[in-house]
Design a protein around this ligand. Structure first.
Ligand code: AMP
Length: 454
């Protein structure tokens, strides 16, 4: 919608606005408010109107009808995912002289050699996500398939291993989300899984926990063959984009902290040399985009013959992006163990025909799990549309920033996202905000990926 003040400001009343989120086509300016006594005259005595929008999810349809998912409920239009707001050689030495992970070949426990110190820092900074997980209680969940393992209500009910349990605590995950409640026991039971779940449902942990736990409990028979510079990951997580891959990598690294399980990410659009070096340091779980992985396979730098776990995240989006040939090449034409030998988890927001075909080609005697569209942030955010003349936009913005600060509780520093129309407009607004004492930065296509938000 082109609103009267053209560009939109997303104001966070809680932690719902994540600085660092990217807008696919838009431009984002993020600003932190600072002290100031500015009172813009044109908005004094303005009474805001507020009317929360209706929830996005319209309720359950008939259960256990797989074919039905292709149409109304899970199938939906392929641009459904717009609503999810996408906005992340051989080792030598005493502790592991093979490629991939320390101590592969016996039960793993805490890595005595420690882990990436950055991960500790991430944990110490970890806050609750701001997602209202209580709202998940009402989410309809449906499962179908043979002998579906029963869901769990707490993490304590599942045997994930001590080191992983510690990390769940460090992540401040108190209870499993619906998709985790169902998907984790299904995967731990060794079953293949087709899950329809949205971004924000906790699906990353749903496929990472069983993989990490399974690798930690790995048996001696899983010794990888030695190859000069080839690495042999035990698990592969395919995702459509660099951003999502990095996000999964970051999460998986937290979950595998001090488990000895090594996670590496490989994606296109970035120099391959650093990724090769990371792989050479050892890899148990490889998170990759399809194109870059095909490249690594063709260079014989990665072999898939030891893969025990295959997870495809946002599979519908990968197909929409035209990755089906690469995905089929990776899964069917290279050296990956066939379905039934490996364990496969297919995650998709929708379940159209193409995904159903992929599921029947890649999965073996699988359990189908569908988690309703999560009430999502729209329930928690008040939206307000205001008419503002072009010439007043900046002072209006400043008014909002000051008001936000004044309304803040416990001295909490709120973050603000401002969407504008052009890159130039973003740069100009950033400059103006900084000049006026609001630290700000921009995200747009002319900026390098290395830029971090202030
Ligand atoms: P995802 O759908 O995997 O992108 O997860 C969405 C967000 O929820 C991420 O920030 C996760 O860290 C967080 N999250 C996932 N599972 C839980 C949980 N059980 N409790 C609290 N937060 C969670």
């Amino acid at each position: 919608m082109r609103s009267s003040w053209a560009d939109s400001v997303v104001n966070s009343a809680a932690e719902n606005v994540a600085a660092g989120s990217s807008a696919s086509n838009g431009v984002v300016t993020a600003a932190k408010p600072t002290r100031g006594a500015y009172i813009p005259p044109h908005l004094r005595n303005l009474t805001p109107s507020s009317e929360p929008p209706a929830p996005a999810y319209s309720g359950p349809s008939s259960a256990n009808d797989r074919s039905g998912y292709g149409g109304n409920r899970w199938g939906g239009p392929r641009n459904d995912f717009n609503q999810t707001g996408y906005s992340s050689g051989g080792r030598t030495g005493g502790w592991n002289n093979r490629s991939g992970g320390w101590d592969r070949g016996r039960e793993r426990e805490v890595n005595p050699f420690g882990d990436d110190v950055d991960t500790e820092k991430v944990f110490s900074e970890q806050e609750n996500t701001g997602i209202n997980f209580d709202a998940y209680e009402d989410i309809p969940v449906e499962t179908s398939g043979d002998n579906v393992p029963p869901p769990v209500n707490t993490f304590a009910e599942i045997d994930l291993g001590e080191a992983l349990n510690q990390n769940i605590k460090r992540c401040k995950y108190v209870k499993p989300t619906p998709v985790q409640r169902h998907a984790i026991p299904i995967s731990l039971a060794g079953r293949d899984l087709m899950a329809c779940a949205q971004t924000g449902s906790g699906k990353t942990a749903a496929f990472c926990f069983p993989i990490i736990s399974g690798i930690m409990k790995g048996q001696a028979s899983q010794r990888p063959p030695r190859g000069a510079r080839t690495v042999y990951p035990l698990a592969l997580i395919l995702s459509p984009t660099r951003e999502l891959s990095c996000q999964i990598h970051d999460e998986a690294k937290k979950f595998s902290y001090q488990t000895g399980v090594k996670v590496v990410v490989a994606y296109g659009g970035a120099p391959i040399s650093q990724q090769l070096r990371d792989l050479e340091r050892g890899v148990d779980i490889l998170v990759a985009t399809p194109g870059r992985l095909v490249d690594l396979l063709e260079r014989a730098r990665v072999s898939l013959q030891m893969i025990r776990y295959l997870a495809l995240d946002e599979a519908d989006r990968m197909l929409d992006m035209g990755f089906e040939p690469q995905i089929r090449k990776i899964v069917e034409q290279m050296d990956m163990p066939p379905q039934g030998v490996r364990q496969t988890m297919l995650f998709s927001a929708t379940f159209p025909k193409e995904i159903q075909r992929l599921a029947s080609d890649f999965l073996s005697n699988y359990v189908f799990l569908a988690v309703g569209r999560v009430g999502s942030s729209t329930d928690l955010i008040v939206q307000r549309v205001e008419f503002v003349h072009d010439t007043d936009k900046r002072s209006h913005l400043m008014d909002l920033l000051h008001a936000q600060r004044a309304n803040g509780v416990h001295g909490k520093q709120y973050l603000t996202l401002v969407f504008v129309e052009t890159k130039k407009g973003a740069d100009s607004l950033e400059h103006w905000l900084c000049m006026n004492g609001f630290p700000a930065t921009t995200i747009h296509g002319d900026r390098t990926q290395q830029v971090s938000l202030m």
